[in-house]
Design a binder for this molecule. Structure first.
Ligand SMILES: Cc1cc2nc3c(=O)[nH]c(=O)nc-3n(C[C@H](O)[C@H](O)[C@H](O)COP(=O)(O)OP(=O)(O)OC[C@H]3O[C@@H](n4cnc5c(N)ncnc54)[C@H](O)[C@@H]3O)c2cc1C
Ligand code: SF4
Length: 469
């Protein structure tokens, strides 16, 4: 009898992804993570056990068939691999870059029990980047249904709904307030994490599917939802995000040199203020920037400021363990020179004679019992006040939905405290035929949660449209 061949040993460690060196990258806005080459992708893909009951898929909010696409990659069937992903996820190049896989698919991967989980996101990115270089294939579309759908907002939620419904044969128009589609993917997340051309390519794909994208249309002003209803739209999806910055209501918060994270990032990313005077928008950034907050938004502000030449201190009122930003991004930021001051919060801002911020008074905190969010509540320590000198402050403590649509759509029920649109588990709002999802329904969350809600809403909208006379 022939001897059984020994099984090849599975590598416990994941293949590292090449990155720009910290000293070099902190001086430019080019993408930090460089992506796998073919050899690295094949080696990482070989670590997948092709589980019969893949837990990774359970962890993915849009249920990408992960073992199937990894199998295609292993067999070098790249076009098939990307088509497998795209059947469920219209934005793979984005998700492969910015999704918190370490909390979703990868945290469930069985390989994590014996070593590192399979780097699912990096493999997804590899296939999406391969497709960008080789050209995309359009999937087959359903027969035209004659039903008209309006999607408000071209962020991840709206793009997902638009792609799913147009593939099913509906006539989809997407209204976007800005001059570019992508939502936070273009106006918030900086170029060095997610290059704009990558987002644009995903948007191009969705337009090629047949979605009519109308830029510069602020719903609630240019048109209202009740007006569009009269103009023959059969169903609506509101994916207008959470773009209204929150402030702290502290003395001196209106001084010059104090930005909301939104304004700062829009100036830097969308208006390319870092390229002034080649681009029109200037940005005044000082030598010592303080960023207040601890999420992905705060990290993006801090890392953009360092690239503009400032030294940056992140002020966070809880401890390192509670930092909500992705671990990978915290590590990247610290490698680039970010200094963190934990367990401290601002009390007031102090201005110079011209009305520009020059310092801020702060106090130290300690962690008390958990609050409503389940995280330990920061409690001020008496007599712990201190002053920090600074010439620029960026406030990154959260965003809420802009109320313009809610105010101009009678009968649309919103949460009175958070301003979010109330929806059921299928994204249905209080109005017949009107659905919502993403940050406008949940408050600021993640790309994939917005896409997951978009997918559920699209499914429910399709059923609604099929039954509509
Ligand atoms: C700086 C920053 C970094 C982030 N980093 C990450 C990350 O690394 N990973 C991650 O998963 N998530 C991250 N997030 C969160 C993530 O980007 C959001 O959760 C996600 O984009 C929400 O998608 P959305 O489609 O609901 O809304 P948005 O992306 O906000 O898109 C909404 C769109 O609607 C448009 N719009 C608004 N009002 C109207 C109107 N009245 N009429 C027409 N159009 C309108 C807006 O212009 C926008 O284009 C980050 C967020 C920010 C701000
Ligand atoms: S759980 Fe991990 S090993 Fe199993 S199929 Fe998914 S990626 Fe592969």
């Amino acid at each position: 009898m022939a001897e059984a061949k020994p099984k090849p040993k599975i590598k416990k460690e994941a293949i590292e992804m090449p990155k720009q060196e910290p000293k070099a990258r902190v001086k430019n806005f080019n993408e930090v993570a460089l992506g796998y080459d073919e050899e690295q992708a094949l080696e990482e893909a070989s670590r997948c056990l092709q589980c019969v009951k893949p837990q990774c898929v359970v962890g993915c909010p849009v249920e990408v068939p992960i073992p199937e696409f990894i199998k295609c990659l292993r067999e070098k069937k790249y076009a098939e691999g990307i088509a497998t992903i795209k059947a469920k996820n219209a934005l793979p190049a984005v998700c492969g870059r910015v999704c918190p896989q370490e909390e979703q698919c990868q945290v469930k991967c069985v390989m994590g029990k014996i070593g590192h989980p399979v780097s699912i996101g990096r493999l997804e990115r590899y296939l999406a980047d391969w497709e960008r270089e080789h050209g995309f294939q359009l999937p087959e579309k359903g027969k035209p249904t004659g039903k008209k759908v309006a999607v408000v907002g071209a962020g991840p939620a709206g793009l997902t709904v638009a792609a799913d419904l147009v593939k099913l044969g509906h006539d989809v128009t997407m209204f976007e307030a800005l001059h570019l589609a992508g939502g936070v993917l273009v106006y918030g997340i900086p170029e060095f994490r997610l290059p704009k051309k990558i987002v644009q390519n995903e948007v191009n794909y969705i337009q090629k599917l047949g979605v009519d994208l109308r830029l510069g249309n602020l719903i609630g002003r240019t048109h209202t939802i009740p007006e569009l209803m009269k103009n023959g739209y059969d169903a609506f999806f509101i994916g207008s995000g959470a773009g209204l910055p929150q402030f702290m209501d502290l003395p001196g918060e209106n001084l010059g040199g104090i930005y909301s994270a939104n304004e700062f990032l829009i100036r830097v990313n969308l208006m390319k203020a870092y390229n002034f005077p080649d681009y029109d928008t200037p940005i005044r950034i000082g030598k010592h920037v303080v960023v207040i907050g601890g999420g992905n938004v705060a990290m993006d502000c801090a890392r953009s400021s360092m690239r503009l030449g400032a030294s940056v201190c992140l002020l966070y009122r809880r401890s390192r363990e509670e930092l909500p930003a992705r671990k990978e991004e915290i590590e990247n930021a610290e490698e680039e020179g970010l200094v963190c001051k934990f367990l401290a919060a601002p009390l007031r801002f102090i201005g110079d004679e011209k009305g520009w911020v020059k310092a801020m008074d702060c106090e130290c905190m300690e962690l008390g019992p958990p609050d409503a969010s389940g995280r330990r509540r920061p409690v001020p320590i008496k007599g712990s006040e201190f002053t920090m000198e600074t010439d620029t402050v960026i406030i990154a403590i959260g965003q809420t939905p802009n109320p313009i649509i809610q105010r101009t759509t009678e009968g649309l029920v919103v949460n009175p405290k958070h301003g979010t649109i109330i929806v059921d588990e299928n994204g249905k709002t209080s109005l017949d035929g009107v659905y919502a999802g993403g940050d406008v329904a949940t408050g600021a969350a993640t790309v994939i949660s917005a896409m997951g809600m978009g997918k559920k809403a699209a499914k429910s909208m399709h059923e609604y449209l099929q039954n509509k006379k």
